[in-house]
Write a protein that binds this ligand. Structure first.
Ligand code: NAG
Ligand code: NAG
Ligand code: NAG
Length: 190
């Protein structure tokens, strides 16, 4: 009798641990599993360079950039917030071919200088890039000659994107604060 129950106990504990392993695997499988890159059509990673002009239009009848929060103290710009839906064009003139928009916001976040926290989704309208987006989030000290901001991701053809954007002011009107900025974006994507 004693030997039978020992065998029983051994068998039952074996069964329990077997079920536990099965259960763990089943849970793991439902929540996360590794898949082949080809299953989501990821081919070779490539590096692309995009160049265009970004128009921050605050003046006139149809501004594309609006100040939704004013700086609380007139002596600095610190604290203002602009929401933008700015056109992106091939050339520096607003009349040149529009290739997409830049939607997002920028806020003045430095007490020391005019430096912005920039959060923007660049959405392209051109050819195979139509509807794909690149997201940029970074620091933009606007009076520096060239400002660099990280590309933190993307959608569509820019899934898994990373890289950086370089912004260089082309024109700036201190009265209206209208600006045209050249953007060069270097992005790794599939
Ligand atoms: C604005 O900032 C200046 C300089 O820091 C300060 O002297 C002044 O009191 C501030 N004004 C207000 C209304 O907070
Ligand atoms: C900012 O300046 C304007 C005039 O230039 C003045 O009317 C206003 O009260 C000032 N605001 C603050 C918070 O200092
Ligand atoms: C981009 O896609 C939208 C709808 O998804 C379509 O209306 C538009 O014509 C497309 N533009 C180009 C240039 O292909």
């Amino acid at each position: 009798m004693a030997t039978i129950s020992a065998v029983h106990i051994f068998a039952i504990s074996l069964l329990i641990s077997f079920l536990a392993i099965q259960f763990t695997h089943a849970e793991e499988y439902n929540f996360v599993k590794s898949i082949d890159q080809k299953a989501i059509k990821l081919r070779k990673q490539k590096l692309s360079h995009f160049r265009f002009f970004w128009h921050d239009i605050l003046s006139g009848q149809n501004p594309t950039s609006v100040t939704v929060v004013q700086a609380p103290n007139n002596t600095t710009t610190f604290g203002f917030l602009n929401i933008v839906d700015n056109p992106l064009t091939l050339g520096p003139e607003l009349s040149s071919k529009m290739i997409g928009r830049s939607e997002g916001f920028y806020a003045s976040t430095s007490l020391e200088e005019v430096a912005l926290l920039v959060t923007m989704n660049f959405v392209f309208h051109e050819g195979k890039y139509n509807g794909s987006t690149i997201t940029v989030l970074g620091r933009n000290p606007v009076f520096d000659k060239v400002r660099e901001m990280p590309v933190i991701g993307g959608s569509g053809l820019f899934r898994f994107a990373n890289g950086y954007a370089r912004a260089r002011t082309y024109t700036f009107d201190p009265n209206t604060r209208d600006a045209t900025v050249e953007y060069n974006i270097f992005v790794m994507h599939y």
